[in-house]
Design a protein around this ligand. Structure first.
Ligand code: NAD
Length: 264
């Protein structure tokens, strides 16, 4: 096998019949959204910030909610744009066609969709920040509706229907994943022959169980992450390069391998 991570990844993609990709916060740092656990991560710099993403603290502590709403208003999500990594992943998806099985993202920023990823082949396994939801009733609305209320002076806006607690439509720690999403992701991991883990510390379960499932049933594994992960020892390829460089380089190698979908 080629020893350069770019060549090796392109070669694996050229041969694979069913590819599953898992992305994490690391693919969006080059869009200006900090990750949690990297050297400049939100939690690395301020371990207390983890509380705003933990359901138990969010529900029981009004100060945590006020801080969470302040973070949302001032957050990077509303202005961030997809970067070269997101765009190259769309190129890879197009180059693979039907062989691109599923993109599972832990990110809540929807930048894969903004870059043009096929909505039918993506699972936002931790939800997204586009919507706000009530923790007590079915109320759901665009996030801008709640942010407007915060900017108008409400520091912890309540549900307009039932008075319950509002939260972004993300899956916080302590909250269950959407069962159908998890089952679908696991099914793809069970039948893939190549799994790419991109920009994730692979420390958050059950998402991190997906590469485990894939490797156990014999799939090849590529880990592209700036820092070591627990899966590096079992990976076929490990890259530490920034994803905004690594993925475009991989995508550029795919076209000459003749993997373009018919008509492209
Ligand atoms: P993480 O913070 O645990 O790990 C991110 C990893 O990416 C780090 O190991 C870091 O070294 C690496 N990294 C950072 N920039 C990189 C780059 N340019 N190229 C290659 N690697 C890079 O993130 P995680 O594993 O996704 O898990 C944390 C949780 O945080 C997820 O559940 C996710 O929902 C949430 N989160 C999402 C966002 C977002 O939506 N953009 C941002 C922060 C956290």
């Amino acid at each position: 096998m080629a020893s350069d991570p770019v060549d090796a990844t392109a070669a694996l993609l050229g041969e694979a019949r069913h590819v599953v990709v898992l992305t994490g916060a690391g693919i969006s740092t080059e869009s200006g959204i900090p990750d949690f656990r990297g050297p400049n991560g939100v939690w690395t710099k301020n371990p207390d910030a983890e509380k705003t993403a933990t359901l138990q603290h969010y529900v029981s502590n009004p100060d945590v909610r006020v801080q969470a709403w302040r973070n949302r208003v001032n957050g990077p999500y509303w202005t961030a744009e997809p970067n070269d990594g997101h765009r190259a992943l769309v190129d890879i998806e197009h180059a693979l066609g039907e062989r691109f099985g599923l993109l599972v993202t832990q990110n809540i920023d929807s930048l894969h969709l903004a870059a043009g990823a096929d909505p039918a082949r993506i699972i936002e396994i931790h939800g997204n920040v586009r919507d706000v939801k009530c923790l007590s009733c079915p109320y759901r609305a665009p996030m801008s509706v709640a942010l407007d209320r915060v900017q108008a002076g409400e520091d912890d806006p309540a549900c307009p229907d039932c008075g319950g607690l509002l939260k972004s439509a993300t899956i916080s720690f302590g909250e269950n994943l959407v069962a159908d999403d998890l089952v679908r992701a696991q099914e793809h991991a069970l039948r893939c022959d190549l799994f790419l883990a991109l920009g994730t510390s692979l420390g958050v379960y059950p998402a991190a169980a997906l590469p485990e499932i894939a490797v156990r049933q014999g799939a090849a594994l590529v880990v592209a992450n700036a820092e070591p992960t627990p899966f590096d020892p079992v990976a076929d390829v490990v890259s530490r390069a920034p994803l905004g460089e690594f993925l475009p380089a991989v995508a550029a190698r795919l076209a000459p391998l003749g993997n373009s979908r018919p008509g492209q």
